[in-house]
Design a protein around this ligand. Structure first.
Ligand code: HEC
Ligand code: HEC
Ligand code: HEC
Length: 188
């Protein structure tokens, strides 16, 4: 019970820090009304169904889904310490930025359904879901793009936002096999 309480507190601290980071990065973009809804909302009744390709199930089994928990380990803390940080990894902005929502994200706010513990999630790679979840937006790349959501034209370049030597545990990023490990296509 005490432990769960402590966890809640530190999650609140992390959320506050992220909001601080976002507002620090680009206040002007905060005027947008896009919101992060969280992976469970994306799962909804669509992305968990086999007929749609079960993207949620595939993601849930991937390391991306556990990227935040990875920061809550002694190994992560010693990496942070070796990097000169005095805070635990899970409270260090320079670790969090690649292990949760994603780096250099400039938009908006979080809805209550958004859970940082879910690590690198749907919205890290597809943009905030509040507008995206509308079918007419989701199924229309031009409209999605016009709404500031991420439409993947250069997938490899996108991955390298996080898979690069700034990661203390970086290993060479080989796109094709790495994509195979997380591919979540819609059935044709
Ligand atoms: C927001 C940052 C971010 C982005 C963008 C990102 N990743 Fe990752 N990725 C991570 C992190 C962090 C881990 C390590 C998670 C862990 O081990 O806890 C990871 C791990 C992985 C792994 C597991 C590697 C292993 O050792 O098993 C694969 C595969 C992967 N990513 C593929 C991709 C691909 C392909 C893309 C682009 C389509 C991508 N990632 C984009 C942050 C990101
Ligand atoms: C690490 C980044 C990353 C994560 C995390 C991620 N996706 Fe994707 N997703 C991509 C990329 C890149 C594509 C490929 C786009 C393309 O091929 O044009 C894609 C494609 C898709 C497609 C289209 C598939 C098709 O064949 O048309 C759907 C639907 C989708 N993702 C849903 C999700 C959902 C739902 C989640 C969370 C449960 C999720 N994605 C998590 C990067 C990601
Ligand atoms: C630029 C993005 C980025 C930053 C910043 C980052 N990471 Fe990561 N981290 C990744 C990616 C991507 C992976 C997957 C393996 C790889 O390519 O490094 C990963 C993997 C890990 C792993 C699992 C590796 C393993 O072998 O078990 C740990 C632990 C970790 N990171 C800790 C940290 C800590 C601690 C910090 C802050 C000092 C940090 N990371 C900062 C992107 C990042």
């Amino acid at each position: 019970m005490m432990e769960a309480h402590g966890k809640m507190l530190s999650l609140t601290a992390v959320a506050a820090m992220l909001l601080f980071l976002i507002s620090g990065i680009s206040p002007e973009v905060r005027q947008t009304d896009l919101k992060y809804v969280g992976a469970n909302t994306c799962a909804g009744s669509c992305h968990r169904s086999e007929a749609q390709g079960n993207q949620y199930g595939i993601w849930e089994e991937s390391k991306h889904a556990r990227a935040f928990q990875t920061l809550q380990t002694p190994k992560a803390d010693s990496i942070a310490k070796a990097g000169g940080y005095i805070t635990p990894a899970a409270e260090t902005p320079n670790c969090i930025k690649c292990h949760t929502l994603g780096r250099d994200f400039s938009e908006t706010e979080f809805l209550g359904s958004f859970d940082l513990y879910q690590g690198v999630q749907c919205e890290s790679c597809h943009g905030p879901g509040s507008e995206y979840r509308k079918l007419e937006v989701m199924n229309n790349p031009e409209l999605s793009s016009a709404k500031g959501l991420i439409v993947h034209m250069e997938k490899e370049k996108f991955c390298i936002n996080c898979h690069n030597p700034e990661s203390p545990t970086y290993f060479e990023f080989d796109y094709d096999p790495m994509w195979e490990m997380i591919a979540h296509p819609k059935p044709k």
